[in-house]
Ligand binder design. Structure first.
Ligand code: SAH
Length: 481
């Protein structure tokens, strides 16, 4: 296991802001202890499917984030930029985060210092006054290209030319600047409307020998060093010979699919985010991958259609968001019956739920490899290889009746699933409390611990109407009502 921390053997990464920020949850552990913690987490959820290999740590677990986001606001008459303190709207001023790319952090500090010179100020949600809400910086680690996105409430940009000239003079490494217009009261950072102020409006980076175009709103793995390790494992598991039809589900900008395209006959990618699909198509051209095609669709619906049409797929890569996959997708994968499934996940809990389904429907787990993509945080990524079970093979899974119960999997999404759905579909954050209130209202079963006031005197917040509607829609989506 890798063992590199600022102070050898010291706890965490030595950040003085860790309590106020809350972003690094494992500061009380040395890096080897963090890896141990993550290994145990994976074992807890996944060992009933077989052996979990030793987690692959990062050689230098610092400044790995290639995407940095900072909120802007005022505190005691000074402009501050950084992260929201957990559970509050107060901004913790961050100048040099131990996880973030140092160039990106320096650019954000420059922007903060330049604002008053141009009489520009952070946007204030309560008064509706001010200019800057957030800054997002993305950097291609291999290409050095840098994108700066300024998020503003309207498309106005007073003193734009002067401000941009000064920013570019101080940071000649910036290759593109975008203004993202977001006037909505939402927890989402970027708006739908974008104006390119400088450069080509996107950056490029190189990963596993392929070149990728990355735009402001599309997903790109945030730790490129460990992504090469993760994808390397995924390719090893897929064992492509050049003859296979490969499906890259939840493909983002096509990274996994295009790396696979070099060793496969044909690749089909599916992704919900239209910007990412546009990038994936460009990326196929950029890499001369004329055997790869990308589609903008819900992965579950797309797979259902493919299964109905009787399409033949040999290998499926799936890399869903934290909430995991959904039943239409899993059922269709089982119907399409690829020889191998390579399942990459950042949430072993939902991964275990989905693996249980696949194991009940013709597959055996062959390999499980955790990779530390997010040192110092409590997140862990795991890549799992499943292969189709031959009639002579027997299933050898330790039974956990609650999780393996298929009816439960069909009808009972977790609270995290509902939260993720509401956030993805409506851009709203909802609490477990609100979900349980809505479920109770609808006469659905609610766990004992939920929705009980802490004491007789304490006031329980009530779910606002807008959020209630969104939760009802999620419950309908999961066929709970
Ligand atoms: N495989 C990519 C992206 C993984 S992140 C990579 O490694 O870079 C998960 C992706 O799933 C995101 O791009 C998200 O937009 C997409 N996604 C979320 N829900 C989806 C759905 N229902 N159908 C298809 N794609 C979805």
């Amino acid at each position: 296991m890798a063992q590199t921390t600022p102070k050898k053997g010291g706890k965490g990464n030595g950040c003085p802001l860790y309590k106020a920020c809350g972003g690094c949850q494992l500061q009380n552990l040395t890096y080897p202890e963090q890896l141990q913690y993550k290994q145990v987490k994976c074992i807890r959820y996944l060992s009933r499917f077989g052996h979990v290999d030793e987690i692959i740590g990062m050689a230098l677990p610092l400044h790995y984030r290639n995407k940095v986001q900072a909120a802007f606001g005022m505190h005691r008459g000074r402009i501050v930029s950084g992260v929201y303190q957990s559970k509050s709207h107060r901004i913790v001023c961050v100048d040099d985060c131990k996880l973030e790319d140092e160039t990106a952090d320096a650019i954000i500090v420059t922007i903060r210092r330049l604002l008053p010179r141009f009489k520009l100020f952070p946007y204030n949600e309560d008064t509706g006054k001010g200019f800057l809400r957030h800054v997002l910086v993305k950097r291609g680690f291999q290409t050095g290209e840098v994108m700066v996105v300024l998020v503003t409430p309207t498309n106005l940009f007073p003193k734009k030319d002067g401000f941009l000239n000064e920013l570019l003079r101080r940071h000649p490494e910036i290759t593109t600047v975008i203004q993202s217009i977001n006037g909505a009261k939402t927890s989402l950072v970027l708006g739908k409307e974008e104006r390119v102020l400088f450069g080509k409006g996107y950056i490029e980076d190189v990963l596993c020998g392929c070149r990728f175009r990355i735009s402001a709103r599309s997903f790109y793995q945030i730790n490129p060093v460990q992504t090469e390790v993760l994808y390397g494992k995924a390719m090893e598991f897929a064992a492509l010979t050049g003859e296979e039809t490969v499906l890259d589900a939840y493909c983002g900008i096509g990274t996994i699919g295009l790396v696979a395209a070099k060793g496969a006959k044909r690749v089909i990618g599916v992704e919900l985010n239209a910007d990412a699909v546009r990038d994936a198509k460009q990326n196929a051209k950029l890499n001369g991958a004329d055997n790869a095609r990308f589609f903008c669709a819900d992965a579950g619906q797309f797979m259902t259609e493919a299964a109905k049409a009787g399409d033949k797929v040999d290998v499926v890569f799936m890399d869903p968001p934290r909430a995991g996959s959904d039943l239409p997708f899993l059922k269709s994968v089982a119907a399409l019956a690829p020889n191998r499934i390579v399942y990459i996940s950042c949430n072993p809990e939902t991964q275990a739920r989905d693996l249980a389904f696949l194991c009940k429907n013709g597959y055996t787990v062959k390999m499980m490899q955790p990779v530390d993509m997010f040192p110092h945080t409590n997140h862990v990524e795991c890549v799992v290889l499943l292969s189709q079970r031959r009639a002579t093979e027997h299933i050898d899974i330790k039974l956990d009746l609650t999780e393996l119960d298929l009816t439960a999997a069909e009808t009972k999404p977790t609270y995290d699933d509902i939260k993720a759905y509401v956030l993805k579909t409506y851009g709203l954050k909802v609490s477990t409390l609100y979900i349980s209130q809505v479920k109770r209202k609808l006469g659905l079963e609610v766990g004992e611990a939920y929705n009980k006031p802490k004491s007789n005197k304490s006031k329980t917040p009530q779910c606002p109407e807008e959020k209630e509607k969104a939760i009802v829609a999620a419950l309908k989506y999961y066929k709970m009502i």
